[in-house]
Design a protein around this ligand. Structure first.
Ligand code: SAM
Length: 231
């Protein structure tokens, strides 16, 4: 049996590459984006009533992780990348049909667009459906997941004076909470779990239109070195 699906919208996100995107939504509340609705869903009727809702579920396509051959087992980064698990026990991006789901904050509704925050979505992600979060049904007080019971521990993020000033300047220019975004994303420790880098190794990622560079002077301590216009 074969079904085809068509996106209802495309996300324009602060995340321009997969590296350093938090592993789940709401870990970086300053991660913002716009969901641009595609015809015929951009006309207003499709979102009528949504102004009564604070959070929405997005069902989307992991469009940068699609594969022809289904995997039955995956190695989730959360488990250090060296233990394999049944694909249905994980939220791995490599999965049958490549479908992801995230609950995100709905900050506003504009003609043909939804303003979102707390996202974990790559720029350009095709969204297949949007549903309101329903607190009484979607929040389960006694829910348990022994593999992922709590948010990953945050690590310390420090700034060089120059880098903080650069981030503040760019934040003003793009009118985005860039300092908070960088702190929230880096405190999730984006490096692969198995990597213990030498202190001089410099990591980088593009957020919005800037390149952020940092290093690990100690294993659980990040120093932001610079925030400069991306090439
Ligand atoms: N909350 C979703 C879920 O549970 O289905 C996503 C979880 S997945 C572990 C989160 C990762 O997906 C992010 O860290 C990012 O690297 C990756 N990602 C986000 N958008 C993507 C896309 N469009 N294509 C491929 N990977 C993507």
């Amino acid at each position: 049996m074969h079904h085809s699906v068509t996106p209802v919208g495309i996300v324009h996100s602060c995340f321009k590459e997969k590296f350093a995107i938090p592993r789940q939504p709401r870990l970086a509340p300053a991660a913002r984006g716009v969901l641009e609705l595609l015809p015929p869903f951009d006309q207003g009727e499709a979102v009528q009533g949504l102004e009564q809702v604070s959070h929405v579920w997005l069902l989307f396509l992991f469009h940068h992780a699609l594969e022809d051959k289904p995997r039955l087992k995956v190695r989730p980064p959360r488990l250090g990348g060296n233990r394999s698990m049944g694909v249905f026990a994980t939220r791995a991006t490599h999965r049958p049909n490549g479908i992801g789901q995230s609950v995100v904050r709905l900050d506003g509704i504009e003609p043909g667009r939804l303003l979102l925050s707390g996202i974990d979505l790559l720029d350009g992600t095709p969204v297949l459906d949007i549903k309101p979060y329903v607190p009484y049904a979607d929040s389960i007080a006694e829910a348990r997941n022994a593999m992922a019971d709590a948010a990953p521990a945050a690590i310390a993020v420090h700034w060089s004076d120059a880098a903080r000033l650069q981030a503040q300047t760019h934040a003003q220019r793009i009118q985005e909470p860039l300092v908070a975004l960088i702190e929230q994303c880096l405190s999730q420790d984006p490096r692969p779990a198995y990597q213990v880098p030498p202190p001089e190794r410099v990591y980088g990622v593009k957020l919005w239109d800037v390149q952020v560079r940092w290093r690990y002077p100690q294993p659980h301590f990040i120093e932001v070195l610079e925030v400069v216009p991306a090439a």
